[in-house]
Design a protein around this ligand. Structure first.
Ligand SMILES: C[S@@+](CC[C@H](N)C(=O)[O-])C[C@H]1O[C@@H](n2cnc3c(N)ncnc32)[C@H](O)[C@@H]1O
Ligand code: SF4
Length: 458
């Protein structure tokens, strides 16, 4: 039976906090970690036989959706922008392979943005071929791309299939025309259906839709209609994101008229109603904002507590290490986070000078590694095995986390977890609000330095 949730429960647990796609979270990374540190990490990685997850960021979009919280650069669809950027990406790959060699195995390969399908077919082919020449893509690798239905055509989808992409994620957001006007994103149901059907015909392993609730002009009725149309198509996975309204970080969100946003209560109702509809239609809820058809491997991995998590969210195909290529991309190598610069001129300049375009990073301390292990175990497996913790770190869990005792007792009292001497098990309610449990293990939050930078879950 699925969990029933109501306003009071959500209000109680829906606090401002990080999403833990990384620990320590990005505000803790600094420019003290530089290219020299990154090269040292690459060289030490080169001596291992660890596998890789590779992420490539394509920042360009043709127009700005007013809600957007991603790292984007708006450019008209002209070949010269993509040509130039792809050339620099290829040169960044050359700089990397100088240190790690040309034969690293990629288990997970993800193109994100911005809009990867902003690139034309020649650019996509050039970039894919460059990766194939420089790395070994595993036969069973998960190869995913984010597509904006407004920027594709059939030959582009044919090409993605031919190259070996097996997972498609489509930006849908909302089908309502009034909402679409407000968010500057006109995209008809017919357009989405046309490309969705085509992806099905080409037999991609999985198709995901991104939806956002809490957008301007949205009502329970209007979003219900959107969800009805979505479930009629039956994508394998659905990301149901809460609109992150952060105008202090994303200035273009100021274009949104706050009076047109649904009230907090309406937003909650939209979420609850959509969640119930998706559950009733055969989707399993995976943590807060992800849904997958019960037969999908992500839903099965969730049931078996065998999910993994990285910057891209949950995955069933974990690799040992993570390298990011392109503007703002993030990597995790040999216990260090690495992030590339967010300014395109700095990015091009670094590569022209033969430098890796690192902007900031963090070498994890022993305490960071311990807490990262616990948070990752909570987020992905929904449990912490205290004996496994002892085997890994040679210190008893209860002793190391003496200061967290009160937090754990609170979590037990609120039905978020069950705990005994061997194990912490996350309850169904805790799976929904797992980040609340994690926040108690986040030493940086305790110093309250970073709290105001985050948005709420809902
Ligand atoms: C890089 S975009 C997907 C690809 C493509 N750019 C598109 O929009 O179709 C990633 C997803 O992030 C989500 N997103 C963007 N801004 C958001 C925000 N402020 N709050 C919640 N979700 C957001 C959207 O659902 C979007 O589809
Ligand atoms: S939502 Fe997608 S298409 Fe819209 S601006 Fe953001 S990245 Fe670009």
């Amino acid at each position: 039976m699925s969990l029933t949730i109501d306003h009071a429960t959500i209000k109680k647990f829906d606090i401002v906090g990080p999403r833990y796609t990384s620990y320590p979270t990005a505000p803790q990374w600094s420019a003290d970690f530089n290219e020299k540190n990154y090269i040292a990490k690459l060289k030490s990685f080169a001596k291992t036989d660890k596998s890789l997850s590779l992420y490539i960021h394509i920042p360009f979009c043709q127009s700005m959706c007013t809600y957007c919280g991603c790292n984007v650069i708006i450019r008209p669809q002209k070949d010269k922008y993509g040509d130039e950027y792809v050339d620099y990406l290829c040169r960044e790959i050359d700089l990397l392979t100088q240190h790690i060699g040309m034969d690293r195995v990629i288990k997970q390969f993800h193109w994100g943005g911005g809009t990867p399908t902003y690139l034309n077919t020649d650019q996509i082919t050039t970039l894919f071929d460059k990766v194939k020449q420089s790395f070994t893509i595993a036969d069973d690798a998960e190869i995913a791309i984010e597509i904006d239905p407004r920027t594709i055509d059939f030959p582009k989808v044919d090409l993605l299939k031919k190259l070996g992409f097996n997972r498609i994620s489509m930006g849908v957001q909302d089908f309502d025309q009034e909402v679409q006007k407000e968010i500057n994103r006109m995209q008809s149901f017919e357009l989405v259906k046309e490309f969705y059907d085509y992806c099905r015909k080409l037999d991609f392993d999985s198709v995901n839709f991104d939806l956002i609730y809490g957008l301007p002009e949205q009502t329970q009725e209007s979003f219900h209609a959107t969800v009805e149309r979505v479930v009629a198509l039956k994508p394998d996975r659905i990301a149901l994101y809460s609109f992150a309204y952060v105008p202090w970080l994303k200035k273009h969100q100021k274009k949104i008229d706050v009076d047109h946003l649904p009230s907090v209560d309406d937003k909650l109702d939209i979420f609850i109603q959509s969640r119930e509809k998706l559950l009733a239609e055969g989707y399993a809820a995976i943590a807060m904002d992800h849904f997958a058809l019960k037969e999908d491997e992500m839903a099965r991995a969730f049931q078996a507590n065998k999910l993994y998590r990285n910057f891209m969210g949950y995955t069933v195909k974990p690799a040992d290490e993570f390298i990011g290529i392109g503007l703002t991309s993030i990597g995790f190598l040999e216990n260090s986070f690495i992030q590339n610069t967010k300014f395109i001129n700095d990015y091009y300049k670094a590569i022209d000078e033969g430098r890796l375009p690192v902007e900031r990073g963090l070498q994890l301390s022993e305490d960071d590694i311990i807490r990262q292990w616990v948070i990752s175990s909570l987020m992905c497996h929904f449990e912490v095995d205290k004996n496994a913790f002892f085997e890994r770190f040679a210190v008893p869990f209860n002793e190391y986390f003496e200061d967290e005792r009160k937090h754990l007792e609170n979590c037990v009292k609120n039905n978020l977890i069950e705990e005994n001497n061997d194990i912490i098990k996350v309850c169904d309610l805790g799976k929904l609000f797992v980040r609340n449990i994690c926040m108690g293990f986040d030493i940086y939050l305790r110093n309250k330095k970073t709290e105001q930078r985050y948005s709420k879950t809902i």
